[in-house]
Design a protein. Structure first.
Ligand code: SF4
Ligand code: SF4
Ligand code: FES
Length: 229
């Protein structure tokens, strides 16, 4: 079996290692698919659903998360159709409603075209993206934190709620958490469900794809090429 495949993303023919996900390949080629829970070199949970794309097969398209979709030969992927933009906008809006004071989530939402949030604020301090749990388990092999509980009680915690001795105190869980970037325009309160739009202003100068990056401040966490340079 050939180690490389050739596929089409947004009309561009790209070559990629068979082991990679559509999201990783798109990012590599400068096609920005908004994403939150994905971390390079780590497993994917498909928790945030922001990275959805259309996978076209036999004339029919299926909406699926690109972080969990492995590349295949002759695949046809569309990342930026009207259908995807609308679904993604709604997902981003729900995320803002969950955690309205996360700068990272606000930036992503603006990038997805959200201007107003139609859902009630829940003011959660965690969106269950699992970035902290995976960095702890997969990068540090510490397993000092994990998901606890089910349904609406699901949250991240130490075993029995107490920091264990085997926590390496590396701080990676905090650094990679989308809740830790300070909001750019102060906290949003119920009744003020409007995004500040500062990131949107940057869209005007970077409207061409694939150069539509809005410097969403997630780059360091996401290993975005812009922040690596
Ligand atoms: S500080 Fe502790 S809990 Fe956080 S990633 Fe490091 S080892 Fe895991
Ligand atoms: S604590 Fe932060 S990184 Fe961990 S799951 Fe919640 S939002 Fe994600
Ligand atoms: S990045 Fe794919 S579901 Fe979150």
């Amino acid at each position: 079996m050939q180690p490389y495949v050739t596929l089409t993303i947004d009309g561009a023919t790209v070559r990629a290692s068979r082991a990679k996900s559509v999201l990783d390949v798109a990012i590599e080629y400068g096609i920005c698919i908004p994403h939150l829970c994905h971390l390079p070199q780590m497993s994917d949970l498909a928790a945030c659903r922001l990275c959805i794309v259309e996978h076209v097969r036999n004339g029919r398209s299926e909406v699926t998360t690109s972080c969990t979709l492995r590349v295949q030969d002759d695949m046809v992927i569309r990342t930026n159709t009207e259908k995807i933009r609308k679904l993604r906008r709604n997902i981003a809006e729900l995320l803002v409603a969950e955690a309205p004071n996360s700068r990272a989530i606000q930036d992503i939402a603006v990038r997805c075209g959200v201007k107003q949030v139609r859902y009630p604020f829940r003011n959660k301090n965690c969106v269950l993206c699992g970035r902290c749990v995976r960095v702890c388990t997969e990068m540090w092999s510490a397993r000092a934190i994990g998901f606890v509980g089910r349904g609406k009680d699901r949250h991240v915690d130490f075993p029995f709620g107490v920091r264990p001795d085997f926590c390496k105190q590396c701080g990676s869980c905090v650094q990679l958490c989308p809740m830790t970037i300070t909001p750019c325009d102060g906290p949003m309160n119920p009744g003020e469900e409007r995004l500040c739009g500062k990131c949107e202003a940057q869209l005007l100068v970077t409207e061409r794809m694939p150069d539509s990056c809005v410097w969403c401040q997630l780059g360091s966490g996401f290993s975005c090429a812009r922040y690596a340079s």
